[in-house]
Design a protein around this ligand. Structure first.
Ligand code: FAD
Ligand code: SF4
Length: 397
């Protein structure tokens, strides 16, 4: 292994400078470092290359003819899991934080890239390289905002670290994989979460204000499998709002343009993915993509209850019906939204079928977004797997 990485350097952009991906930038953090030199190849929004990077990372790209791989990417195992003793204050049961802590404690890695929040604002992301379990724990729970996780990459080289775990969402991981060889590491582990509908900090405020009864006290929220947004408030109380009652007319422009153009919902290039959407309510959903991912999961297996993934229902009709609602920004009256939520929950898609419902709804919406706003990018930017998924539906012109 070389001790000096041979990569080329360029000057990082000032935080106020326009990013190379322009309005599609997801603020992944790469351009805050000298690795901006590689931005034209590495940026997920300038050079979509999931298929090629799958081959480099997992030794093969996903089998498009295998229905599970078409949707969930290259994998050797999938399951539902939850911690026997959940971590207080984690997004779900804290499987992500537990794996990171175990990797550090056992000396598999010297540092963990994760994201804490600033002292002043619980939703303002502050990426760090954690070197203690306490620092990892302080990064638990989602910061539901675009987060420049890769902005700490320069520190890795300066610190001389050779073994690293990076926790991140799809666009961050795509750029990371593209520059992985330049980082001078002996071993990189990647623990991913799915990600969708992210917002910048101002967009988050608008979302909270239009959706929650008490925007200032929200500590945590999630779009859950029961077709409701669940908010948790400072005083421990919870609030639920049905998806179909969201004020889509006001929320249309809230989601970041990067997230409206993203087709890597399931974090195709991570070694291990931990989300929730393919699992029963209250459980987390785990996708083991390769042997490195298996090694990571094995570290915490004795702390988990697990069960096989299941699938029930048929999403197709619900997806097809939701396309114009998304497209035109229709909002149902609250009583109708609640009713629709109850009906869908009773008869609707569950387990992996719910995950497919969510992927289909977002990919069709995003395909239309790219077609209308960046038609010149459509062909190269939409991966083949996403084209096939979208091709199952009738889209408006
Ligand atoms: P915890 O132990 O609480 O750890 C959370 C980890 O996430 C921390 O290590 C932190 O560093 C990292 N993190 C927090 N915010 C960010 C961020 N903005 N960018 C990068 N890393 C971050 N799962 C689904 O199945 N479907 C979804 O639609 C979905 N949407 C998501 C949207 C966002 C913006 C994020 C960040 C995650 C989303 N997830 C989704 C993943 C899911 O919400 C949980 O994060 C995951 O199940 C891990 O839960 P946990 O309790 O194990 O995590
Ligand atoms: Fe740079 Fe990342 Fe923005 Fe692309 S998404 S322009 S790599 S900061």
């Amino acid at each position: 292994m070389t001790s000096v990485s041979p990569h080329k350097k360029a000057r990082a952009l000032k935080s106020t400078s326009r990013r190379p991906a322009k309005e599609l930038c997801s603020e992944c953090g790469l351009c805050d470092t000298y690795y901006i030199h590689y931005v034209k190849e590495a940026c997920a929004f300038i050079n979509q290359q999931i298929g090629e990077l799958e081959v480099e990372t997992h030794t093969r790209s996903r089998h498009l003819e295998n229905p599970d791989e078409l949707y969930f990417g290259v994998h050797q195992d999938m399951m539902a899991a939850r911690k026997q003793q959940p971590i207080e204050g984690a997004q779900w049961t804290g499987i992500v934080s537990s794996i990171a802590i175990e990797m550090l404690n056992r000396g598999l890695v010297e540092g963990v890239v994760c994201v804490q929040n600033t002292k002043e604002d619980r939703f303002q992301p502050m990426p760090i390289i954690a070197r203690t379990p306490e620092e990892i724990l302080a990064a638990r729970v989602n910061k539901p905002t675009l987060s420049p996780n890769l902005s700490v990459l320069e520190q890795i080289e300066k610190s001389g670290m050779k073994r690293l775990l990076v926790i991140g969402v799809g666009c961050q991981i795509q750029a990371l994989r593209a520059v992985e060889k330049q980082l001078g590491l002996e071993k990189l582990y990647v623990l991913g979460t799915p990600c969708v509908d992210n917002v910048n900090r101002a967009g988050l405020q608008k979302f909270l204000e239009t959706t929650s009864r008490s925007p200032d006290t929200v500590v945590h929220y999630e779009f859950m499998q029961d077709f409701r947004v669940h908010f948790k408030h400072e005083d421990g109380s919870s609030e639920t709002v049905p998806f179909f009652g969201l004020k889509t007319n006001q929320l249309k422009d809230v989601f970041a343009p990067s997230c409206m153009s993203c087709f890597d919902y399931v974090n195709s290039l991570a070694d291990l993915v931990v989300g929730y959407m393919g699992a029963p309510f209250g459980w987390q959903w785990i996708v083991v993509r390769n042997d490195t991912g298996k090694e990571m999961l094995d570290l915490v297996k004795d702390q988990l209850d697990t069960q096989p993934v299941t699938s029930k229902g048929n999403r197709k009709e619900a997806v097809q019906q939701s396309i114009p609602a998304y497209d035109k920004g229709v909002t149902l009256p609250m009583w109708a939204a609640k009713l629709m939520g109850v009906v869908i929950e009773k008869i609707g898609p569950k387990g992996l079928e719910y995950a497919r419902f969510s992927i289909d709804s977002h990919f069709t919406r995003n395909y239309l977004y790219v077609k209308r706003n960046h038609p010149e990018k459509l062909e190269a930017h939409v991966p083949e797997f996403a084209k096939r998924i979208v091709g199952q539906y009738k889209l408006p012109e």
